[in-house]
Design a protein around this ligand. Structure first.
Ligand SMILES: [Zn+2]
Length: 464
């Protein structure tokens, strides 16, 4: 996986995300390849539970910013670094930022700050200001992220080569000017964040706490948080200004609703379990080792350690305590699937989907995916319907295309299986592979049929 942006990551990190591909023809049949490519440059991780939580944090703030109708979405990036940034119409939040914020309000403050950048159009203004590889290189050096220039941005290898030479000669005056400019935007984003928090009746304390923690550097072992710090220098006067405004304008002592605090703890537990297993979970919940977050992390870490029977028992205990938590049922389904009990897994996913008020397409597709694993031929039609329903609402789901292809193959429909594989590659941002499979699909599909035309759409896309 290309991990380009995980090393440059900053608020206004769009310098190098150009795409080398353009669509021809009337319109994109799927999410645009530029969109898929943008995601594929990042280690994006899909998880309905955490995505829903972050979307719930962002929604009222976007409304307060007057941006709720702008189609802005939040994306989760799989990186232990503490970071969040905006790119295009998306707010990217690292798993590390979720794991290292102790309260919802701390992460909400960071998201409010990012929305401040969106509202201010900072990213676009910075891009207008910066020109070409030269400034890219300067900015990368500035951010202590020189590696990014050497990183593989598809289609930008020329720029990367030029950048490498310029870094050594980089103009100090230009660097200072850009740094000053960016720090100005940081203050504006801070002020906007406080106003969004005030409008939504939320405390600005979390933002202050996060800045203070970053400044102390105490929770970050090694380099964690370094990238965020390099783009978000938090000198004393900045923190002081944010704290002053937060105390004056927001309900400073208001705490998070307990239900939200619990969701935050559960999200942190899941991230800790996947990132570092049982030891990370224990470390994270050292103050509350019998709390629900610790128990959830423990169950997931047990599952990941391959002890499915024990993990199932632990999940059943959690479900008894919180029968209406959709994500507990989803995790139970994951464990059952791993244990080869596909039918039961499908039932757990179905229960989760029923309880999930966010109507997650990922969950819907999972029901079908479990049926593909479990079922005999008779289940494949239903599996296909379920996966397609999930993809309808959430097409950026590469796993789902793999299962869709398997289901078609089981039915002996090789043409549609190849087409599903082509669409999977398309959504992963890999146009070359998408074309290979689209061509294979066309050879087997009825010419002129809707499926054949879908394959044709992919084949018509031109590389620049
Ligand atoms: Zn910022």
């Amino acid at each position: 996986m290309r991990r380009f942006l995980s090393s440059i990551t900053r608020c206004v990190g769009a310098f190098a995300l150009t795409t080398s591909l353009v669509l021809t023809g009337a319109g994109a049949p799927f999410p645009s390849v530029a969109e898929a490519r943008e995601r594929s440059n990042l280690p994006v991780v899909r998880d309905a539970e955490i995505e829903t939580l972050i979307a719930d944090y962002a929604r009222p703030l976007l409304k307060a910013a007057g941006l709720s109708r702008s189609g802005i979405e939040t994306v989760l990036v799989n990186s232990n670094d503490f970071n969040a940034f905006v790119l295009g119409r998306r707010i990217f939040v690292n798993t590390g930022a979720v794991a290292f914020t102790e309260t919802p309000n701390q992460l909400i403050g960071i998201i409010a700050h990012e929305i401040g950048h969106l509202k201010g159009g900072h990213q676009q203004r910075l891009r207008d200001r910066l020109e070409g590889a030269k400034v890219m290189a300067i900015a990368a050096t500035l951010l202590g992220a020189g590696v990014a220039i050497g990183g593989s941005v598809a289609g930008a290898s020329g720029a990367a080569g030029a950048g490498a030479g310029i870094i050594s000669g980089g103009g100090a005056a230009a660097q200072r000017s850009i740094l000053n400019y960016m720090q100005g935007e940081e203050s504006i984003a801070d002020r906007s964040a406080i106003s969004f928090l005030a409008k939504t009746g939320q405390s600005g304390r979390g933002l202050v706490e996060t800045f203070q923690t970053l400044e102390r550097g105490s929770i970050f072992s090694g380099s964690r948080g370094r990238n965020y710090l390099s783009s978000h220098p938090a000198p004393r006067d900045r923190v002081t200004a944010v704290e002053e405004a937060a105390r004056r304008l927001t309900p400073y002592d208001r705490t998070d609703p307990p239900a939200l605090a619990e969701r935050h703890a559960l999200a942190r537990a899941k991230i800790a379990a996947y990132a570092g297993g049982m030891s990370d979970v224990r470390r994270l919940f050292v103050k509350d080792p019998r709390g629900i977050g610790a128990l959830y992390g423990d169950a997931i870490a047990t599952f990941l350690a391959g002890e499915t029977a024990s993990a199932l028992r632990k999940m059943d205990g959690l479900i008894a305590a919180r029968p209406n938590n959709p994500w507990f049922h989803e995790m139970r389904g994951e464990i059952l699937l791993e244990a080869g009990r596909g039918k039961e897994a499908a039932a757990s996913f179905a229960k989760a989907a029923k309880l999930d008020r966010s109507n997650s397409g990922l969950l819907k597709a999972e029901i079908g995916q479990a049926l593909v694993v479990a079922g005999n031929g008779a289940d494949m039609k239903q599996a296909i319907e379920l996966i397609q329903a999930g993809l309808q609402s959430d097409p950026i789901n590469t796993a789902a295309y793999r299962y869709l292809a398997m289901a078609y193959a089981r039915l002996g429909d090789v043409g549609r299986a190849e087409l599903a594989t082509a669409e999977g590659h398309w959504n992963a941002g890999s146009l070359t592979d998408a074309k290979v499979f689209a061509a294979r699909a066309q050879g087997k599909l009825q010419p002129g049929s809707p499926a054949w035309r879908r394959a044709q759409d992919i084949l018509k896309v031109k590389s620049r």
